[in-house]
Ligand binder design. Sequence first.
Ligand SMILES: *Cc1c(COP(=O)(O)O)cnc(C)c1O
Length: 372
Amino acid sequence: MTITSFIPPHRTLMGPGPSDIYPQVLQALSRPTVGHLDPLFIGMMDELKQLLQYAFQTQNPFTIAVSAPGSAGMEACFVNLVEPGDKVLVCRNGVFGERMRENVERCGGIAVVVDNEWGAPVSPDLVEQALQDNPDINIVAFVHAETSTGALSDAKTLAEIARKHDCLTIVDAVTSLGGVPLLVDEWQLDAVYSGSQKCLSCTPGLSPLTFSQKAIDKIQQRKTKVQSWFLDQSLVLGYWSGEGKRSYHHTAPVNSLYALHEALVLLHNEGLENAWQRHRNAHEELKAGLEKLGIQFVVEEASRLPQLNAIYIPDGVDDAEVRNELLQRYNLEIGAGLGALAGKAWRIGLMGYGARSENVALCLKALETTLK
Ligand SMILES: *Cc1c(COP(=O)(O)O)cnc(C)c1O
């Protein structure tokens, strides 16, 4: 056998995630591993909680990172909050809304689906109507930033409507956290999950998660046990809650948590508002360049995500051939279309460390040359 070390090339990642990782984050990852119950590590975990609270703009004591990717954060919300028989309104305007529906059903819940066109934000009017038609719904689930289409939904308004109808909210903020305003406390969102590898520019495999007191109350009033042992947050709480109570639940991904800590220190040092503005600036630069190339956006201007630009593939252009050329000649990855947009759109990510003028310039030059 002649298998040797795997040495990947230096790609520029401008797809839907993972995004380019900050060099400081990669360095943090390679620091010495300590025991996951080591007092120094526990101190780091407490800081990590505070940094996550800042990123989410929340005071929720239950603010942690699930030791698994964004999909596990999604699942953690559904398995803890949805009990068999619960009726859940699921807003579907892309791939991830459909996954939410799937989660509800696997928890024994009843999903009522509100559909919006791919590329459109979730319509508050349709949500209001569905809640009027189904007064027994007790949870509203929606995706804040739909990575499959590049559409941003109005989380504040959707949460207001949900509250008016006495519903809790489950919010997918995997792509929004760090890239666009997300104000968990001000908007009174209840269960919000994210991912480490999108606008935080950390390594993949961790899912920031926060629960409001109302969400915790619903979990504590459950009549049935959460069917997943690993994702049962009442068990995880003992590990993250500190005050000398920390006990073993599972082995924390020690080095990955160093990396997340570092990524969040960088975000805190930059300041959330500045990070949001940087994403917006990069998006404006990209947009100006794409318009010169005659390329059209999938999403209407008002609900476009700066960090995920879905654009129509120009007529007569071979989707896979162009993406392959970008990868081979420029070491540049852009995303293919998903679901209803497969073969019709590309997705250009400007996430976290990738939301920079250099990346925009590289992408525009590579696209222009390749399309010729
Ligand atoms: C990427 C993504 C997920 C899933 O995250 P993974 O880390 O890939 O499991 C969920 N929702 C949205 C909106 C995403 O962009």
